[in-house]
Design a protein. Structure first.
Length: 409
């Protein structure tokens, strides 16, 4: 999730959009630090995080209602540089004011009564880069119109919305490349033998590394999966293998040894697949594995569309926790593989055209491009709220279902 949010953060910054807050975790804050206009926070619940962009649908407006008590820090030219709207923080030499009116987006001013004196209404202009201390004590930049999300060009907004899932995909590819370098070699999925175990059925039949199996009985073999299926499906049954060695063909008879695997008996002859140990193969493994997982996920989504919705097809934080525990038991390889698959899942799910998700936002961007004018903020806000509500309902149902699956027997 951190990688996902960093994608939004980076491209928002590059697009001239003010990132008011970059948060790790949710809930009450435990630490914050402000630099270059962005407040970085760590919050108490270690679940996800968020990027708060000025003017975006999830950005709280800096609306100071009439009667709100604040204190002001005033700098040169009598301009306000900080507004403290929190009872948890006190400004040194702050000017106490009871707000009568304010505009922190366009005209940049605040006016009210100083020290409770209602006989004189005092107006201050607010600096473009001023900050506001919100109710929970977090200090963030105000959000003038020119640095808001909607003020950026449509292409910049689209790449900012897409950047989160894009980072998920990049992370997955990098992790798979790392796994490629950790492996002894990359499977070639050919029917060429890599190793032949000593004293095995294959060794006794005269098979050698480098042999390519062309047929099993009368069945043509084109890849390792075909070969493995033919051998495993014939335990204790004689097979005639047609092999190619040094451009010459010969037939070899083998009888796969019966081996118990769980409740199933399979045939084995003691061979392994040829591996590619080149650097290029290890790097390309990242791309091929990424493509394989994407294909599998779209296959599942397609099945859901054609066969109906099933709550068991989804997994929430509880399922992720359970999956992480299982992956940990498989060692570092299992953890990395789980991380990559999870990252691809998050990226694809976020690209679904559902309001409140990145895919829903991109869909609105596309509609805006077709209409050649912005979608009314009210309409966009209603769609986003409905989508967010449906997502929260789905998350509750999925989480409860996960609890029943993993913890309630």
């Amino acid at each position: 999730m951190l990688v996902h949010e960093f994608g939004h953060y980076y491209f928002a910054k590059r697009s001239g959009i003010l990132v008011r807050e970059f948060s790790i975790g949710m809930g009450p804050k435990v630490w914050w630090y402000k630099k270059n206009g962005t407040t970085y926070t760590i919050r108490i619940l270690p679940l996800g995080g968020y990027v708060r962009m000025a003017g975006a649908a999830d950005d709280d407006e800096d609306t100071l209602k009439p009667g709100t008590p604040v204190s002001l820090q005033v700098g040169d030219n009598d301009e306000v540089t900080m507004i403290n709207a929190s009872s948890k923080t006190t400004l040194f030499n702050g000017i106490p004011m009871q707000v009568a009116d304010s505009d922190l987006v366009d005209d940049l001013y605040i006016e009210g009564y100083i020290n409770g004196d209602e006989s004189e209404l005092k107006r201050y202009y607010v600096n473009h880069d001023a900050t506001i201390v919100e109710q929970d004590g977090t200090e963030v930049r105000i959000a003038p119109r020119d640095v808001q999300f909607q003020s950026a060009s449509l292409p910049h907004r689209m790449i900012t919305n897409f950047a989160g899932p894009m980072n998920n995909f990049i992370l997955a590819i990098i992790v798979f490349v790392v796994l490629g370098f950790m492996m002894p070699g990359i499977p070639t999925n050919s029917s060429t033998l890599g190793t032949v175990s000593s004293h095995s059925v294959a060794a006794k039949a005269g098979l050698k590394p480098g042999d390519t199996i062309k047929k099993v009985n009368s069945t043509k073999i084109s890849n390792w999966n075909d070969l493995a299926n033919q051998i495993s499906n014939h335990p204790n049954k004689s097979l005639k293998l047609t092999i190619e060695r040094n451009n010459h063909s010969k037939n070899v008879d083998v009888t796969p040894k019966a081996v118990k695997q769980g409740q199933t008996t399979v045939g084995q002859i003691g061979i392994t697949e040829k591996l590619n140990t080149s650097i290029g193969a290890r790097i390309s493994y990242g791309w091929t594995q990424f493509a394989t997982i994407v294909s599998l996920i779209f296959g599942v989504l397609g099945h859901m569309l054609t066969h109906g919705f099933n709550i068991n097809d989804f997994g929430g934080p509880v399922a992720i926790y359970a999956g992480t525990s299982q992956a940990t038991s498989l060692g570092i390889d299992g953890v990395l593989n789980f991380l990559a698959v999870l990252s691809i899942n998050l990226g694809i799910v976020n690209l679904l055209p559902i309001p409140a998700l990145d895919g829903g936002k991109l869909l609105l961007n596309i509609i805006e491009g077709i209409r050649r004018k912005p979608i009314p903020e009210k309409a966009e806000g209603i769609v986003t709220i409905i989508g967010f509500g449906l997502l929260m309902l789905l998350m509750i149902l999925v989480t409860w279902n996960d609890i029943q699956r993993y913890f309630i027997k």
